[in-house]
Design a protein around this ligand. Structure first.
Ligand code: NOJ
Ligand code: CA
Length: 546
């Protein structure tokens, strides 16, 4: 059990992954047909972006019916077949529980705006006669919204929304709302999903004079749903989506009685800062500030996702450094972050992309890979909002990139078709049988991680290298220690690696390329690292069980 402690998670969108019926929209049968690819990649868990009925004004995070599947994605039977097939292949499935807000097309909101003020139905949402309530709450989508209040001409009142104005926030002070969202949670757990990602969970409650984020009431509610889930379903998992500093995000684990997982937002921008500066210290700082965790808890680490790269936890000058280096054009920026994919963010430099994945797959936390990044897909900043990082998966150089039937007339969103990242060059078919491809490298990194439980469950100890440009750490679990060394700079670095005492004298076997290095007779161990090179050394005492 506790599968989430060693999960390798792959995040995808049903609508852009694979289309089975030629309507240009990805669907569950299409996704099911691609499960062998995901299994072969070595991931152990799939996280699906929202696939519920929706007007799609926030790509499905604007839900119009929690228990219905958006019709173009398939039927309930298609979903069930997908889930059964994923489970049969040993893949867990994470779905979204988006309970902070609904679409303004949700029947609850349609009823609320027509219901009498103060009535049970009206109070499903948060209303006011004026916009000065909760003035301490920041506007999150600062590029598109100017207030957290929007006027509803039917209700003749303002309603509260932390995100888009078409996404009214549910009123968690209303016990009827709390009961309704628990019912939704049980519905999907009854279907058999293994984990729920709790979208925007910092914002559930509002209190005057606060930032309306991370309130004690929110934590109390999380403890309540966790205990309901444990009681009824056993080993299912809650994953918190909270963007905040180390101290804030850690509170979502509670004492091990809230979410078992939370996205590692504090580490994310520091990985990029470290790669931009060629300096390991931001990573060491972020990891040190976020460990240890309560038993049974695990970070979900990531390099990119479907949103902009969030930089808000950096200091102003650090943010400027990353923006200047990774998003020189203002079209690449959104809400203070960067709406680009991994490969373009790292200058399409193969060695930099590899070292980023090497860190993702060896630092503490269950890694989350964003679909398409394993083949180095690009983005399209001409598309609105975050659509440019949500284009169809590039399977082959066939018409429509093999995403859909060649006869499809229109795709849900345009393919990447430029000279560098276009599907004719960057696609799965071109890489899958090439041992030197990025895809093959990532497959080997995943296999290496899975073969060495220390990389998932081990403790972490940072090691001296004599150079701020070279990150080194040891992960130890039982009798096994894995030592990871990564050059974060664009120059060759010669270092003296101070090995942990228990590894001195042991053979050093590089896991990913299966190369045996001379045993470390003494420490520091001399090493020369090419630009952005990384090495994973397995050091197990002879004959000892790992
Ligand atoms: C967080 C999601 O990741 C993002 O895509 C969405 O726009 C907001 N929540 C609002 O639902
Ligand atoms: Ca379809």
């Amino acid at each position: 059990m506790s599968w989430h402690l060693d999960a390798v998670i792959y995040q995808l969108h049903v609508r852009t992954f694979c289309d089975s019926n030629g309507d240009g929209i990805g669907d569950f049968p299409g996704l099911t047909s691609r499960l062998p690819y995901l299994q072969d990649l070595g991931v152990t868990c799939l996280w699906l972006l929202p696939f519920y009925e929706s007007p799609l004004r926030d790509d499905g995070y604007d839900i119009a019916h929690y228990e219905r599947i958006h019709p173009p994605y398939g039927t309930h039977d298609d979903f069930r077949r997908f889930l059964d097939e994923a489970h049969a292949r040993g893949l867990r499935v994470i779905t979204e529980l988006v309970i902070n807000h609904t679409s303004d097309q949700h029947p609850w909101f349609l009823a609320a705006r027509r219901a009498a003020p103060g009535s049970r139905k009206r109070d499903f949402y948060v209303w006011s006669d004026h916009t000065s309530r909760y003035a301490g709450a920041r506007v999150i989508f600062s590029d598109t919204e100017s207030s957290n209040w929007a006027w509803d001409p039917v209700a003749r009142a303002f309603y509260w929304h932390r995100f888009f104005s078409h996404q009214p926030d549910l009123n968690f002070d209303n016990p009827g709302v709390r009961r309704a969202v628990v019912k939704v949670m049980r519905y999907w757990l009854d279907q058999g999903v293994d984990a729920l990602r709790l979208d925007a969970v910092a914002h559930l409650f509002e209190r005057e004079g606060t930032s309306c984020e991370n309130l004690p009431e929110t934590h109390a509610f999380l403890k309540a749903i966790r205990s309901d889930m444990d009681r009824r379903y056993g080993s299912r998992v809650l994953l918190a989506e909270v963007n905040g500093d180390a101290e804030t995000v850690r509170t979502y684990f509670g004492d091990g009685d809230e979410c078992q997982m939370a996205f590692h937002f504090p580490l994310l921008p520091r990985l990029f800062l470290a790669l931009v500066r060629g300096d390991a210290r931001p990573i060491i700082q972020a990891v040190t500030a976020t460990h240890p965790l309560p038993d049974g808890c695990q970070w979900a680490t990531f390099l990119r996702n479907h949103d902009e790269l969030a930089l808000s936890t950096l200091e102003e000058h650090e943010r400027a450094t990353v923006l200047d280096a990774c998003a020189p054009d203002t079209a690449m920026r959104l809400h203070g972050g960067i709406r680009r994919r991994l490969a373009p963010l790292l200058g399409n430099d193969r060695a930099r992309i590899e070292v980023a994945f090497s860190l993702l797959l060896s630092l503490p936390g269950s890694p989350v890979l964003y679909y398409g990044d394993e083949i180095g897909m690009g983005d399209d900043v001409r598309l609105p909002d975050r659509d440019g990082v949500r284009t169809p998966m590039q399977w082959s150089d066939d018409t429509h990139a093999g995403f859909t039937d060649a006869r499809a007339r229109r795709l849900i969103t345009p393919l990447i078709d430029d000279a560098t990242y276009g599907y004719r060059r960057i696609n799965v078919a071109a890489q899958i049988n090439d041992p030197d491809s990025l895809l093959s490298r990532i497959r080997r990194l995943i296999a290496g991680r899975r073969a060495h439980p220390a990389l998932a469950r081990g403790s972490i100890e940072f090691l001296q290298t004599g150079s701020d440009a070279v990150l080194a750490f040891a992960r130890t679990h039982g009798s096994e220690t894995v030592v990871v060394v990564a050059n974060l700079s664009s120059a060759v670095r010669s270092i003296g690696l101070v090995l942990p005492a228990q590894t001195v004298g042991l053979p050093l076997v590089e896991i990913v390329d299966d190369v045996v290095f001379p045993p470390a007779a003494a420490t520091p161990y001399p090493l020369s690292l090419a630009p952005y090179a990384s090495l994973w050394f397995a050091c197990a005492a002879a004959g000892a069980p790992a």
